[in-house]
Design a protein around this ligand. Sequence first.
Ligand code: PLP
Length: 407
Amino acid sequence: MSSAIVNRQTFDEVMVPNYSPAAFIPVSGKGSRLWDQDGNEYIDFASGIAVTSLGHLHPELTRVLHEQVDRLWHLSNTFTNEPALRLARRLTESTFAERVFFSNSGAEANEAALKLARRYAFDHFGAEKTKIVSCKQSFHGRTLFTVSVGGQPKYTEGFAPLPGDLDHIEFNNLAAAEAAIDGNTCAVIVEPVQGEGGVLPASPEYLKKLRELCDKHGALLIFDEVQIGVGRSGSLFAYMGYGVTPDILTSAKALGNGFPVGAMLTTKKIAASFVVGTHGSTYGGNPLACVVADKVIELVNTPEVLDGVKRRHDLIVDGLARINETQRVFRDVRGAGLLIGAELTGELAGKSKDFVNVGAKHGLVILVAGPNVVRFAPSLVIPEDDLQEGLKRFEAVVAEVLAAQSV
Ligand code: PLP
């Protein structure tokens, strides 16, 4: 029955239709290149969605995974395991955090963070302090709690009743934060750089203000670094570059470079509210995932990789500026490190997906961040030749999209 031949059409025949994947199916990758079923080659400026930050098939990651595959795949939470402990030790030694909880995804890391914030407030302030403040256009995952906290109503449509006592405020607006955060607030959650919402960096003043307001009102400040964390901003975590320390930080995506793993980082005092039995996950802290993530952090947290992010950022931003000089397509290029968003001019509004589709024809994988923003999230270690070749291909993509526009 299950034929060996599968193709894009098979998706429509056997998969739930909640995604609309590309017409081609990548089957192998190496570094910043991908190859599809027909042998076509692509430059990868997407890294999944900011996941394979050390490129595909990084030899060190492959090695540690193979070693662990031959040793032990799974225990349960009735045991702890060495890779999880080593990774937690490394994360606590390299960040503000003193305690770590492992999950399998970003949504689950955020779910844990939000539950912990509610529980901490309950333990320390009583049952009334339940309000969670988040930002419009934010994205925190697809579980019912995280999608409700997220600031994009299109993602909650039809899923009511939703969890309650959530307040969505305008991102980067200090007065709105001041008005919303009060004595009933148990947590404020924010992406230091909004990813899905259009690649919008928070201003340093905004994050400082959120920190101040949380301190004033006894609320916990949660940084969702699922997309921008693990080196993508040019710091190991973006909070380090901003100089504003959260109470809880969530990580996933690049943490496993493609092996599913998420983490919630916090302090000893806050972690104490998750007593035995309050929260859990069958796979969270899985040895295979943790052995990879431990190596990822070791490899990313070096001056070579982090400085390289800044250098590559400049190369891309300069390259886009050059393209924009001759073919005016962007009204704004912004972001941090290697999460870069190029917002289309008014004439091209709503057309970001066209760039992705035409990109595939030119052997280039790029992303959108909403209908008006083309998003670039290449590997942090993309060779500069691949980067220049990708920019060259992108220039051809721009020309083709504009040509189609004018007919
Ligand atoms: N938080 C942010 C900032 C994200 O960008 C994402 C995914 O795009 C998530 C959370 C959800 O992560 P996951 O898809 O691993 O559940």
